[in-house]
Design a protein around this ligand. Structure first.
Ligand code: BES
Ligand code: ZN
Ligand code: ZN
Length: 501
């Protein structure tokens, strides 16, 4: 599907999108809604008024009306609610629903942009619509026949030709972001027999080759042994594949002593069986998605590097599966982390924190100024916040606040959870420095974070995003597939780094 800008003449297309708004007068029982459509071209308005069923269309949010015109073209009229209340998320959702509808009914589609402006921000509307269309049209088709849909071309049309260049830039940037979201989804959706740690690492290194100023390195098993990454290696002990730590660095064209350095860290469990603490069949299926953290930060990293932002950005992906054989780590094992701390592994299913522990220590040696990690870490985060949210925890209020602000700006649901001393205390072992699960129930998401905190050096501002809840199956969001990877949090992380200041 091609998205092009048209800022010139009257255009032809099989289907045209126009927005309808509504005006509400009176209150409660006396409230009356009236359609606001004075801005439509006269021929559309006339045809609409002639259609008997048009009297029921009031321009409310979620309503739509498909008007077939005598010319053979059609107008798809989208109810957007009250104009003053129009938000980016409404636009994202309504355009996503519409593109899905139109994709099987039309070869080309013209969006009359001047109808869909957020405040006066033509650029933002263009960006949001482009991003929404590409995210909504995502299809994981590697293992089935790809959909062949008639829709081939979307024309974003504006009468304001002075915006031509700036809107073209917005389209290109939104395409880059949405492509990265879709790349994240592709990785997450790949099954474990297709994507093991070694293939995942190779695929990432190959993929990033096209981006300038990025260096890639893979730390393998031998090197991990040398560096004493006992926690990461313990998770990998039962695996047929090597553990892989992918280390990417983007260096901007100008670096001074003031250049900020951000590190993005991801949990990349290509499959989580639970290990000897085997997951029951009801929750083991789906664990191919346990590398969503790595896929998310990688996708964000790719965009940040491609944009050529003036910050140094590193990316660290900890990849392995959590499998079982006679060498797999047994509960009660005590291992030594890269930073020298000993860990009693009481639950082999709390493996993400073990991988992140050593990756975090490695990360801190690169001396970043800020760290974000993303991980499908705990079912407890889902219990606390629901499937609609990611949770954020960390060691620095301001850094968390910055990321929360970005999540709000991107309309991605992220909520802060507290780490307190009692949780830290609960992770102390009587025969090692730490245990990998708490002694008592409750606060599971935060205890996972509190565990990782032990491996953050020098108090570097660090935020941990637990994406176990919304990394998949976001059926309520029309720009996400109903089943499978969502690609959420990619946009939040990009926005955070873009606005580092
Ligand atoms: N990968 C899981 C967490 C998960 C659960 C991700 C549901 C996606 C959906 C993680 O490794 C895990 O198994 N966590 C345990 C931790 C517990 C043993 C302390 C959990 O949440 O049950
Ligand atoms: Zn697990
Ligand atoms: Zn896991």
């Amino acid at each position: 599907m091609q998205i092009i800008l048209n800022a010139e003449k009257k255009l032809k297309a099989e289907m045209h999108l126009f927005a309808a708004y509504c005006e509400v007068t009176g209150k409660d029982k006396n409230a009356k809604t009236k359609i606001v459509n004075a801005h439509w071209p006269a021929d559309i308005k006339n045809a609409f008024n002639k259609a008997k069923s048009s009297t029921y269309f009031e321009g409310k949010k979620g309503e739509h009306f498909h008007l077939h015109l005598p010319s053979g073209e059609s107008a798809y009229l989208i109810g957007m609610g009250e104009k003053e209340k129009l938000t980016a998320e409404t636009l994202r959702k309504e355009i996503a629903k519409t593109i899905r509808y139109a994709s099987s009914r039309s070869a080309d589609l013209a969006i009359h942009l001047d109808d869909f402006v957020l405040g006066k921000d033509l650029e933002k509307s263009t960006f949001v619509m482009t991003e929404a269309m590409m995210m909504a049209m995502y299809d994981f088709s590697k293992f089935k026949a790809a959909r062949t849909l008639p829709l081939k071309k979307v024309i974003i049309h504006t009468t304001k030709s002075e915006y031509k260049n700036s809107l073209q830039k917005e389209i290109e940037k939104a395409q880059m972001v949405a492509e990265a979201v879709n790349l994240c989804r592709d990785f997450v959706n790949l099954p474990p027999n297709e994507l093991n740690s070694e293939k995942f690492a190779k695929a990432v290194v190959k993929d990033i080759k096209s981006v300038k100023r990025v260096k890639a390195k893979i730390v393998g098993k031998r090197e991990m042994e040398k560096q004493g990454m006992g926690c990461f290696l313990a998770v990998n002990a039962g695996s047929a594949y090597e553990p892989q730590l992918v280390h990417l660095t983007y260096t901007p064209s100008k670096v001074t002593s003031k250049t900020k350095h951000v590190a993005l860290v991801g949990k990349g469990l290509t499959f989580d069986t639970g290990g000897y603490c085997l997951k029951p069949s009801t929750s083991i299926a789906g664990m191919k998605g346990d590398m969503a953290g790595a896929a998310t930060v990688y996708a964000a990293f790719k965009v940040i590097a491609s944009l050529g932002l003036p910050y140094k950005v590193s990316c660290f992906l900890g990849m392995t599966d959590n499998a079982i054989n006679s060498k797999a780590v047994m509960p009660d094992s005590i291992v030594k982390a890269r930073n020298g701390k000993t860990v009693e592994i009481l639950n082999t299913d709390a493996e993400g924190r073990l991988v992140l522990a050593d990756v975090m220590d490695y990360t801190c040696d690169q001396k970043p100024d800020f760290i974000i990690d993303a991980a499908t870490l705990t079912g407890a985060c889902v219990a606390a916040l629901g499937f609609e949210f990611s949770g954020i925890m960390g060691n620095n209020k301001n850094w968390n606040a910055k990321i929360l602000e970005s999540a709000r700006a991107q309309d991605e649901r992220l909520w802060e959870l507290p780490i307190v001393d009692e949780f830290r205390e609960d992770l102390k072992s009587n025969c090692a420095d730490l245990r990998n699960i708490g002694k008592n129930l409750g606060g599971g998401a935060q205890k996972g974070a509190a565990f990782i905190e032990n491996f953050v050096k020098n108090n570097i501002p660090w935020a941990h995003i637990d994406i176990a809840g919304n990394s998949e199956n976001q059926a309520h969001l029309p720009y996400c597939p109903a089943k499978g990877a969502s690609g959420l949090m990619v946009r939040t992380i990009i926005h955070t780094v873009e606005n580092l200041g």
